[in-house]
Design a protein around this ligand. Structure first.
Ligand SMILES: *[C@@H]1O[C@H](CO)[C@@H](O)[C@H](O)[C@H]1NC(C)=O
Ligand SMILES: *[C@@H]1O[C@H](CO)[C@@H](O)[C@H](O)[C@H]1NC(C)=O
Ligand SMILES: *[C@@H]1O[C@H](CO)[C@@H](O)[C@H](O)[C@H]1NC(C)=O
Ligand SMILES: *[C@@H]1O[C@H](CO)[C@@H](O)[C@H](O)[C@H]1NC(C)=O
Ligand SMILES: *[C@@H]1O[C@H](CO)[C@@H](O)[C@H](O)[C@H]1NC(C)=O
Ligand SMILES: *[C@@H]1O[C@H](CO)[C@@H](O)[C@H](O)[C@H]1NC(C)=O
Ligand SMILES: *[C@H]1O[C@@H](CO)[C@H](O)[C@@H](O)[C@@H]1NC(C)=O
Length: 495
């Protein structure tokens, strides 16, 4: 009859427990725990094991509760259950006696791993403490344990001066009034729905979170840092459960913090940002080794490409603004190149034309004309400068004059005779010309005189035809002719 009842209850609880993914470790599947308590039961039918009989009913008259003797006035009581073996306990469901649950105020729950455990000496095994100043406990409670352990202890004490905000609670004495404790969990290396999953052996002792399998009790490898027990090598850190490369450059090349990815001792030179993953202003590329070029307004370049987003200073080549545009060189790209061959640019730093110059220009800078050439393209030949000196390459002028026989600023003009008589010998020029002019005038005068004379003789024979014309002409010429003849006479005398 008794065994029938147990089997029947067992069946009932399998059905009731369908809502839970866990197994009742003191009752289900023949897992009979051993329950004890600190005082004798108030009634032989109310033993400690009544709290693990699978009957959760909370009416003590039904003889399904563990109840200690009230008459002995206990200031401290405990109830324990020792499981068949260690289990991964997920949570406890505790059902108090319905008419005395308030007296449970201030209770504590501990786990324990050796049967000689004497609560509450080992505080690190504390699972739950009901604060007596937080009011009365509920008549049925659900306490998360999430530990791999073999024993569970319920304990309640009334130390001197005990006070509780639970009005009906007894503040001097306490009793065990527990109708059921369901210990829900899995085998100690299992977890989750139906206890179907095995804890990772990365977890310390292969103990894991009973609900999600995380290594909440530590890792097998002491270098592992997270619940996933992933061990990241130097230079990587844990991100979303994976080891990923440190994003930045830490001071002294040390690896980043394996948990945070940050540089605990600061960034390497030229690096900045939360993870030291950015170049400081003015530097670029994956190493931050590139220095920005001459961006317009001394701006900062793109930290990856090095491009000056707003353009370059004058004469610099887009987009990096580091080289001069062809045709310019020097520290600020301000100097214009010479006339390099084929219109090539010169060396950006030195200004040299590496492949030589255009015709008539002098290597290596190609800024000067070959000697004896001048003009914008050095295409003109110098004239005949004095002392065989080259002319000015800009103007073609001869700096110290021309060789004899040449004249002009460029010394390209041959000096003719007239040139010589006009210019250098002024007195000779005047005397000679005067003499010549006088001679010519005298000659003309003589010729005219003879013509006039012969005509006058002829006209005497035809005087009646045109007398007035002849007399006028004679009147006009006669004084001049006299004067000129006088001049020519004096000139001749001088000669
Ligand atoms: C317990 O059960 C009995 C009958 O079985 C009933 O008379 C009583 O009221 C119940 N007590 C409580 C607290 O429910
Ligand atoms: C008790 O709490 C656990 C989670 O901690 C939950 O899975 C379970 O369903 C709860 N049981 C009851 C009866 O509320
Ligand atoms: C598993 O639950 C624990 C709390 O018990 C939590 O800290 C952890 O982040 C959870 N792990 C996952 C993977 O959700
Ligand atoms: C990892 O980095 C730390 C700190 O720089 C260093 O002490 C340790 O030797 C490194 N480990 C390996 C395997 O390089
Ligand atoms: C970055 O540095 C490494 C080694 O120091 C070198 O091999 C690589 O070429 C550098 N990359 C750039 C973009 O400078
Ligand atoms: C430019 O000249 C410098 C020396 O002044 C030399 O180091 C560099 O290689 C030259 N550049 C080219 C492109 O020839
Ligand atoms: C606490 O509960 C009340 C009823 O709610 C009882 O009358 C008390 O005797 C009981 N005290 C103890 C110590 O169990």
């Amino acid at each position: 009859m008794m065994s029938f009842t147990v089997v029947k209850l067992f069946t009932i609880f399998l059905v009731l427990d369908e809502t839970s993914p866990f197994v009742n470790l003191v009752q289900d599947q023949g897992l009979n725990g051993v329950a004890t308590m600190s005082a004798s039961p108030a009634n032989p039918a109310w033993t400690a094991s009544k709290a693990i009989d699978g009957d959760t009913r909370q009416n003590y008259t039904l003889n399904s509760c563990a109840i200690t003797d009230i008459s002995h006035h206990h200031a401290s009581v405990w109830w324990k259950v020792w499981l068949l073996r260690p289990f991964n306990i997920a949570y406890l469901e505790i059902y108090f006696r319905s008419d005395a649950y308030r007296n449970a105020t201030g209770f504590s729950l501990y786990t324990y791993d050796t049967q000689v455990f004497n609560p509450p000496s080992d505080t690190k095994h504390l699972v739950y403490y009901h604060d007596p100043l937080s009011g009365c406990p509920a008549s049925a409670i659900n306490i998360t344990v999430n530990r791999a352990t073999q024993g569970v202890v319920f304990i309640n004490m009334r130390p001197p001066g005990f006070t509780s905000s639970c009005q009906e609670a007894d503040s001097l004495y306490t009793t065990i009034n527990i109708c059921e404790v369901k210990v829900m969990g899995c085998n100690q290396n299992r977890y989750g729905v139906g206890c179907l999953s095995e804890c990772s052996n990365k977890c310390k002792d292969q103990h894991c979170d009973a609900f999600n399998g995380s290594c909440i009790h530590g890792c097998a490898d002491p270098n592992a840092l997270t619940l996933d027990c992933i061990v990241c090598s130097n230079g990587t850190y844990i991100s979303s459960g994976m080891c990923v490369r440190c994003p930045g450059r830490c001071q002294g090349g040390v690896p980043c913090n394996k948990l945070t990815g940050r540089c605990d001792q600061g960034c390497e030179d030229k690096w900045t940002g939360q993870f030291c993953e950015d170049c400081i202003d003015g530097f670029y590329n994956r190493n931050c080794s590139g220095r920005c070029g001459s961006c317009v307004n001394d701006g900062v370049c793109d930290k990856i490409s090095g491009h000056c987003t707003n353009g370059c200073q004058a004469n610099y080549l887009q987009p990096l603004c580091q080289d001069c545009v062809p045709g310019f060189y020097g520290d600020d790209c301000e100097t214009e190149c010479g006339k390099c061959k084929n219109g090539a640019g010169c060396n950006q730093t030195s200004g040299l034309c590496s492949n030589g110059c255009r015709d008539h220009w002098v290597v290596p800078y190609c800024t000067d004309c070959e000697p004896y050439k001048y003009g914008p393209n050095c295409a003109f030949d110098c004239g005949h400068c004095k002392h065989d000196k080259p002319c000015s390459m800009d103007t073609g002028d001869c700096p110290s004059g021309c060789v004899d026989g040449w004249t002009g600023k460029h010394c390209l003009t041959v000096i003719t005779d007239s040139d010589e008589q006009e210019k250098p010998e002024k007195p000779r020029f005047t005397t000679l010309s005067v003499v010549l002019i006088v001679l010519v005038i005298v000659l003309i005068g003589l010729v005219l005189f003879f013509i006039f004379d012969s005509k006058r003789r002829g006209s005497l024979q035809h005087a009646t035809e045109r007398p007035s014309d002849i007399s006028e002409t004679e009147n006009q010429y006669s004084p001049e002719t006299e004067k000129e003849s006088e001049d020519s006479q004096t000139t001749l005398a001088l000669l």
